[in-house]
Write a protein that binds this ligand. Structure first.
Ligand code: 8OZ
Length: 367
């Protein structure tokens, strides 16, 4: 029987176990939104995860929505990430970068030339972001013109190429949590009347174009996608037919033979039962006729739930977020069923090594 601690291959990635470190925004990038040596230490400390997904990383200056999040569009950023991937690989780990465009979840003070953030819509989200002034309401966006969308697709592809240059084992496209790609997907946000709005086939177009472009650039075996079909995060609302929309998305993606799909079940970081959704049906749709790619599940999994998900075959891997912040050796602790250290929420975003690289590993139990 397969367990959570068994190795697994998916696409071009060989993971030592089925425990994934979920993407976690920590707002500690340096000048030029460049990864720092401290970030390399942080990720290396967590390299016993079967796979690390980095914090969300903007594909362009326009894709940024929070203070001090890293990018992967400049040569300096690629060089900074190279230190991170080298440090993780030296510890025997695997790491993919999460490619991010926030869309309208941004603030003019974080945008190039103080411009309005861009989205599928010109309607402002009801929510806050973190800027140099602290928490501020997000700014009113400008709806992207039809003729600008190829530029966005090309920026995703360029970021994927940069990721490979930086030594990553692959990329995870951030298709979740109410950011740009979900601002196109959901009918609760997308109010366009062109080929990218209206029926689900149109609303899914940008995401599918992005996935095709990245696969053409770096190969499907190094490409994954994160989805969150019903999360209300970032004023995403609920799609009128979330099941139909996301079934369609994964059906369209199946022939691409991606390395993995990573699904947030329920409200991101919150209740798993926020809205009805049949995740098993989603997976079934994805796999029909295509037995490939890993299915990664996430959101509030306990040790017992994770063991059961893998043992039953409901999932191939399980991603843990907050537990990895305060337990760098989470894999070891789950293996021996050790208690988990508590998280200090005051040091989640921004700041120094405190609450970042100073969470200790469990002392090895005496033989
Ligand atoms: C927390 C704070 C800022 C950003 C997400 C990238 O929700 C994020 C994020 C989370 O996907």
């Amino acid at each position: 029987m397969t367990t959570l601690f068994d190795p697994v291959r998916f696409g071009d990635i060989a993971a030592a176990n089925r425990i994934v470190m979920a993407p976690l925004t920590r707002d500690r990038a340096g000048p030029g939104r460049t990864p720092t040596p401290l970030m390399a230490t942080y990720y290396a400390q967590r390299a016993s995860a079967g796979l690390i997904v980095t914090e969300a990383t903007q594909i362009s200056p326009e894709g940024q929505g929070y203070l001090d999040t890293p990018g992967i569009y400049s040569a300096e950023q690629v060089a900074g990430w190279r230190h991170v991937t080298d440090a993780v690989h030296a510890q025997g780990g695997k790491i993919v970068v999460q490619l991010w465009h926030v869309g309208r979840i941004s603030h003019v003070s974080l945008q190039p030339n103080g411009q309005a953030p861009v989205s599928s819509t010109a309607r402002r989200a009801n929510g806050k972001t973190f800027t140099a002034q602290g928490f501020e309401d997000v700014s009113a966006p400008r709806a992207l013109r039809l003729d600008e969308l190829p530029r966005i697709v090309a920026e995703y592809a360029r970021a994927a190429r940069n990721a490979i240059e930086a030594g990553f084992d692959g990329v995870e496209v951030h298709g979740a949590n109410g950011y740009l790609l979900e601002q196109f997907l959901r009918d609760s946000i997308n109010d366009r009347t062109d080929a990218y709005g209206g029926p689900k086939e149109n609303r899914a177009r940008l995401l599918l174009e992005v996935m095709h472009a990245i696969v053409a650039e770096i190969g499907a075996g190094r490409t994954g996608l994160r989805l969150s079909p019903v999360t209300p995060a970032n004023d995403a609302g609920q799609d009128g037919d979330a099941q139909g929309l996301f079934n369609f998305v994964v059906e369209q993606l199946a022939p691409l033979k991606l390395a993995f799909i990573h699904v947030i079940e329920g409200a991101t970081g919150g209740p798993r039962d926020v809205a009805p959704f049949d995740y098993a049906a989603l997976r079934h749709r994805y796999r029909q006729g295509h037995e490939h790619g890993a299915w990664i599940v996430n959101n509030g999994y306990t040790r017992a739930m994770a063991l059961e998900a893998v043992a039953s075959g409901a999932a191939d891997l399980v991603a843990f977020g907050k537990p990895f912040i305060s337990n760098p050796d989470l894999v070891h602790r789950l293996r021996i069923d050790a208690p988990l250290a508590a998280l200090n929420r005051d040091t989640l975003y921004g700041g120094s090594a405190t609450g970042y690289t100073d969470y200790p590993a469990l002392e090895l139990a005496p033989a």
